[in-house]
Design a protein. Structure first.
Lengths: 115, 114
């Protein structure tokens, strides 16, 4: 099992540019989560999907952020336009939503730097 | 608002001793609580889950307690080893108990000194 796959691993972009982060969850998992981690705020939930449907996007900071999950094996998080304060590590996680099984499996993260 | 507190300062423990990490929360009634380990440059890795109706859960050298009255969880590593050095995060599940997004503490950096 390859685990959760994220790309790119590092992204450096200039303010105002569009950034797209990609995630491939573990095969068979039906829940997908996007988190953001900074030193100041720690690990924060941005949005999560169950069976490809967005359930809770209350953590998405602004309309500049959007996420999609067109199928069970792929999700994107887009920032348009990007700002320096968006610099952080973005993690994707997946889980198998079933009774008594709530652990989440995290990808390696994408380190985003907006200059 | 919900608040989760973990020791923000690094915890230094001598090898072989028991390391105890604390997670306190307010304004929240989670159905379960999870502990994760995070190494530098990597994503968090799940360690243990404990439910609101459980007092204690063990896995090898790890032990977690959950006191819903005190709103506190303790995470113990017995016979600690330098390889246990990492940041440990506690995370709260939703009151409904579903497999929803987690609310994380900022983590405690544990250093096991040989």
């Amino acid at each position: 099992d390859a685990g959760v796959i994220q790309s790119p691993r590092h992204e450096v972009t200039e303010m105002g540019q569009e950034v797209t982060l990609r995630c491939k969850p573990i095969s068979g998992h039906n829940s997908l989560f996007w988190y953001r981690q900074t030193m100041m705020r720690g690990l924060e939930l941005l949005i999560y999907f169950n069976n490809n449907v967005p359930i809770d996007d209350s953590g998405m900071p602004e309309d500049r952020f959007s996420a999609k999950m067109p199928n069970a094996s792929f999700s994107t998080l887009k920032i348009q336009p990007s700002e320096p304060r968006d610099s952080a590590v973005y993690f994707c996680a997946s889980s198998l939503r079933q009774e008594n099984s709530y652990e989440q499996y995290f990808g390696p993260g994408t380190r985003l730097t907006v200059t | 608002s919900q608040k989760i507190e973990q020791n923000s300062e690094a915890l230094n423990i001598q090898e072989g001793k028991t390391a105890t990490l604390t997670c306190n929360y307010t304004n929240y009634s989670p159905a379960y609580l999870q502990w994760y380990r995070q190494d530098p440059g990597r994503g968090p890795v799940f360690l243990l889950l404990i439910r609101e109706n459980e007092k204690e859960k063990r896995k090898e050298r790890l032990k977690v307690t959950f006191d819903t009255t005190l709103k506190q969880s303790l995470f113990h590593i017995t016979a600690s080893q330098p390889a246990d050095s990492a940041t440990y995060l506690c995370a709260l599940g939703t009151p409904g108990g579903g497999a929803d997004g987690l609310t994380f503490g900022k983590g405690t950096h544990l250093i096991i000194q040989p």
